[in-house]
Write a protein that binds this ligand. Sequence first.
Ligand SMILES: NC(=O)c1ccc[n+]([C@@H]2O[C@H](COP(=O)([O-])OP(=O)(O)OC[C@H]3O[C@@H](n4cnc5c(N)ncnc54)[C@H](OP(=O)(O)O)[C@@H]3O)[C@@H](O)[C@H]2O)c1
Length: 300
Amino acid sequence: MTFCSKVKLSSGGPKLSNLIQGYWRLAEWDMNAQQRLSFIESHVALGISTVDHAHIYGDPACEGLFGEALKLAPQLRDKIEIISKCGIKAADPGKVAHYNASKQAILASVNTSLQRLGTDYLDVLLIHRPDFLMDADEVAAAFQALKQAGKVHYFGVSNFNYAQISLLQSRLDAPLVTNQIELNPVNLQVIESGVLDYLQEQRIRPMAWSCLAGGRVYTDSSEGMQKLRDTLYQLVNELGANSIEQVIYAWVMKLPAKPLPVLGSGNIMRVKEAVAALSLSMSHEQWYRVLAAGRGRDVD
Ligand SMILES: NC(=O)c1ccc[n+]([C@@H]2O[C@H](COP(=O)([O-])OP(=O)(O)OC[C@H]3O[C@@H](n4cnc5c(N)ncnc54)[C@H](OP(=O)(O)O)[C@@H]3O)[C@@H](O)[C@H]2O)c1
């Protein structure tokens, strides 16, 4: 049986499990606190020790639901690494949703996340989305204050392009440890934009979210998605895989920037499927076949 292992995210970065369990959808899973705890313990037993949260998840119930489960087994905190994110402000009545990466907003967000999760520290904090009003000096000051207070051990970003990473990095003492990005066969933007090349150059491992396009690789009945599924099923046979999701995880992990998939399922059997995908590998031709099916045309 395949298990996850711990890997270094970047030089000077933390060691995290090579698959990460995402908790964006936790509020939809309809689990009581004991069931949530069992789910956490089950993926930790598979070696998935790293969990992904955000201040905004569940509008914003998810961190609190996770914290409630953790309270039932406080010793679990030392066995897991918690990622959370800050910087998205939901719309208040009569106002619009917006991004806010000011120092004050970052500090307030982390304090709330710690309280909800029932922990003293986050292993990794990410700026959830690039705030067009981001003052990099302010973000650096917030990171320094959080590090000094022992509230956050490592810092990274999410959904940033090359220029945004480079700007923020220019103001920081310690290197950013990751960029969490959307990556799946129907969203090739990060493959084509150069951001993955930059991360590879810097030896910073990205995290890949929505590898299954939020489940659409199974549920979307469009012609394009049907063609992608046909190709993925062909590869299930060629690779000796069990499911198309395993083929997609193998496709994501073949990228030389070495992305760590962030899993979105609340079904432990599907989580096990993802872990088993760690032992699959595909050829260049097979990888390009998925790329071509995802974007609807072959390379020139
Ligand atoms: N940084 C960011 O901006 C950002 C944005 C979005 C997400 N994320 C992170 O990435 C994680 C994963 O994202 P995601 O949830 O979109 O991942 P995903 O793996 O693309 O989608 C998960 C969804 O697909 C469904 N699914 C899986 N297998 C299926 C099947 N065989 N048939 C039908 N449905 C199936 C799951 O349902 P079941 O639960 O029933 O299996 C779940 O609802 C999130 O939890 C979050 O931590 C980060």
